[in-house]
Design a protein around this ligand. Structure first.
Ligand SMILES: Nc1nc2c(ncn2[C@@H]2O[C@H](COP(=O)(O)OP(=O)(O)OP(=O)(O)O)[C@@H](O)[C@H]2O)c(=O)[nH]1
Ligand SMILES: [Mg+2]
Length: 415
């Protein structure tokens, strides 16, 4: 089976030259930008590389599990369980994360796993130069934000310097207050509404923020979290005290290079992130279809637009955690009552054309192509991301078609 990248590459890529050659100069820039965005987002998709820095037991492994919704990293209750500062590839059903799950900095007893290098920092340095992290998370237990973490901050500073020196990249830093469930009152469970709880969380957050400012500036961002989950044998979730993990994922996605955003959206299944990426994909496809349609394209080139739409559907499906192939796209489009291939676009277009340019039966309008593409993007988002029922999705599609005929909303163009 072709993987999704090959699918999209086939569907969009083969039309690229064609679209390009059809466009007059002024359109090329805009379309070039959208194409580049789509390519980075979908075709160049790769696992995010995240360095996690924090003391032994800060909750690094637990955070990884929390992001994955699954037990993919070993969690240790007493001893330091993460052996060395090297890259680990964590894989869940939906995708992969490359994590520099650093050895607990400043630990007392040696880690349970064997370690060869002389110091944690040296190991981390070696790992950082082998692969450039996209972002660095600095973890600190809620109850230890006022403890002596100066040394940890020094280490963080060293790591950041090293990344910049080796890769010329200023990695974004996110401060993460972990284990906020341990703050008073501990009997309050998430989602937290208790005023005292929230105040204590806020206090911990501010304390860590102050300590991060010298390294990351006033714009330093600190996100408080709880990652506690307990798994039964067989992987079933027996307890879930997670809080704010979605906020962390949202923020992280924003800071990641485009090529790494999709994978995080998939792995974490955070809907708000998936929705946003679906919108970006739709906007790019709308621009492409609009530009392609704005040119007098002979009827024989109609599949260009279908190709763009199919690529969009595959992209949105992928964001949601599925692997769609050409057949899946066809099924989805038919379910909406569309005929895949030239026929559908032709029918829609022919109708509009008769009204607009009587006699110009061979040409399509950019507005029509853009509108149809936008409506299909909305339907695909409703189906794959929001997991709405097909019956509802059909209704949404009809509504959006009508709306698109009147006026395309602003968000159709924002990417
Ligand atoms: N209450 C609570 N406990 C947590 C949370 N996150 C982690 N823990 C517990 O803290 C302990 C250490 O967590 P780990 O995730 O293993 O920490 P780590 O940073 O990976 O530790 P090392 O690999 O040893 O450096 C475990 O007993 C976890 O169950 C949390 O959000 N709340
Ligand atoms: Mg660990």
């Amino acid at each position: 089976m072709l993987d999704y990248k090959s699918q999209v590459r086939e569907l969009i890529g083969q039309y690229r030259e064609k679209i390009w050659s059809l466009l007059p100069g002024p359109y090329r820039n805009r379309v070039g930008k959208e194409l580049k965005e789509l390519e980075e987002l979908i075709m160049e998709a790769r696992a995010p590389r995240i360095a996690i820095v924090g003391r032994r037991g800060a909750g690094k492994s637990s955070l990884i599990n929390a992001i994955f919704n699954a037990e993919v990293a070993a969690v240790g209750a007493v001893k330091s369980t993460t052996g060395r500062g090297r890259w680990y590839e964590y894989a869940g059903e939906q995708g992969k994360l490359d994590i520099l799950d650093t050895r607990g900095l400043g630990e007392g007893s040696g880690p349970a796993e064997e370690s060869t290098a002389s110091s944690a920092l040296k190991e981390i340095a070696a790992a950082v130069s082998s692969k450039c992290p996209d972002a660095v998370l600095f973890l600190c237990k809620a109850k230890e934000v006022d403890a002596r973490i100066d040394e940890d901050l020094n280490n963080l500073g060293e790591i950041l310097k090293l990344i910049e020196k080796t890769h010329g990249y200023r990695a974004p830093v996110v401060g993460v207050v972990t284990q906020v469930d341990e703050l008073d009152p501990v009997d309050v469970l998430p989602p937290y509404e208790d005023e005292i709880k929230l105040r204590n969380i806020q206090e911990a957050r501010e304390q860590l923020w102050k300590k991060l400012v010298p390294l990351a500036g006033e714009g330093a961002v600190v996100i408080p979290t709880s990652a506690y989950m307990r798994f039964e044998e067989g992987g079933r979730l027996a307890a879930d005290r997670r809080w704010n993990i979605d906020k962390l994922v949202e923020y992280l996605t924003e800071k990641l290079p485009r090529s790494a955003q999709l994978e995080l959206a998939r792995i974490s299944r955070v809907k708000s992130v998936q929705r946003k990426l679906a919108r970006t994909i739709t906007a790019a496809a709308v621009a492409l279809a609009g530009a392609a349609g704005s040119q007098p394209i002979p009827v024989a080139d109609m599949p260009v637009i279908t190709g763009i739409q199919a690529g969009m559907i595959i992209g949105i499906g992928y964001v949601s955690g599925r692997r769609l192939d050409g057949k899946g796209v066809k099924e989805f489009m038919s379910a909406l009552g569309l005929n895949v291939g030239a026929a559908f676009v032709l029918r829609e277009i022919a109708r509009a054309l008769v009204k607009l340019f009587p006699g110009a039966g061979n040409f399509i309008s950019g507005t029509v192509a853009a509108g149809a593409t936008w409506a299909i993007g909305q339907a695909a988002t409703a189906y794959f991301v929001e997991e709405r029922k097909l019956k509802e999705v059909k209704k949404i599609y009809r509504q959006k078609r009508k709306q698109a005929k009147r006026n395309l909303p602003e968000e159709a163009f924002i990417s």
